[in-house]
Design a protein around this ligand. Structure first.
Ligand SMILES: [Zn+2]
Length: 247
């Protein structure tokens, strides 16, 4: 009987210390993961455009479609919203582990306006919001990549303009290096709803022209998507590793 009681006591002590140890290692893990930068990935557009209007910026009287339909592939017939999600999911896989990730959408069947998408990333307290898009033109010969970041001339986005420009530049260099695509520019925009509601550093990549046969075909290929994703990841790594006085 005494032995039995003793066993119970030891057993209980053993169990409770195991729980304590478990709790301790979990919180240590939380601390480690909390230090990783948080990347919010937004795949542009969605299966059904929402042409209802929303203010272009908080408090603005200028209205713009909540989320436009986007372009589509002349050759692949793929809509932009499918392409952007394919790349977004690849990017999540590559960044996971090194970064914490928030996905604005994981399916095409969503109804999220451009302001709501920005708010998802704001509320997550993302370190960077990445917006994935593809371009379209009436001229089938036009090709190349364009990067956008929020303008410093816009009072709302002024605080995030500089870090956003830094990321956009670093990412553009790496994506161009990986893909060999033509760089059309890294430009500031003050007229994008998605930027005007964003309170965290952000950039938008137009990955190429879906109206250009060559780029349309390329962008749908897994190995070309891998190059885009690798370039974005390298650009982010460079941004988070840049010297302190640059920040
Ligand atoms: Zn788009």
């Amino acid at each position: 009987m005494i032995l039995c009681l003793l066993w119970l006591v030891v057993g209980e002590v053993g169990a409770s210390s195991a729980v304590a140890a478990g709790a301790k290692s979990e919180s240590a893990l939380d601390q480690v993961t909390a230090k990783k930068p948080l990347i919010c990935i937004e795949a542009g557009h969605q299966a059904k455009a929402n042409l209802k209007l929303e203010p272009i910026a908080p408090g603005s009287k200028t209205m713009k479609a909540k989320v436009a339909g986007g372009t589509s592939g002349v050759f692949t017939k793929k809509p932009e919203y499918k392409l952007t999600l394919e790349v977004a999911l690849k990017l999540e896989t590559v960044l996971k582990g090194k970064y914490r990730i928030v996905m604005v959408r994981r399916t095409n069947d969503v109804n999220l306006s451009n302001s709501e998408r920005a708010i998802v990333c704001n509320e997550a307290k993302a370190d960077v919001m990445i917006r994935l898009h593809a371009d379209g033109s009436t001229d089938p010969a036009v090709k190349g990549m364009t990067f956008f970041y929020p303008s410093s001339g816009n009072e709302l986005t002024k605080p995030i303009s500089k870090p956003s420009m830094d990321i956009a530049k670093l990412v553009s260099q790496q994506v161009i290096k990986e893909t060999g695509a033509k760089l059309r520019g890294v430009n500031a925009r003050g007229d994008l709803t998605g930027f005007n509601y964003t309170k965290v550093p952000t950039f938008l990549i137009e990955m190429g022209f879906m109206t250009n046969k060559e780029e349309d075909e390329k962008m749908s290929k897994a190995d070309y998507q891998d190059l885009i994703v690798a370039g974005i990841a390298e650009g982010l790594d460079a941004y988070f590793k840049r010297p302190k006085d640059d920040k």
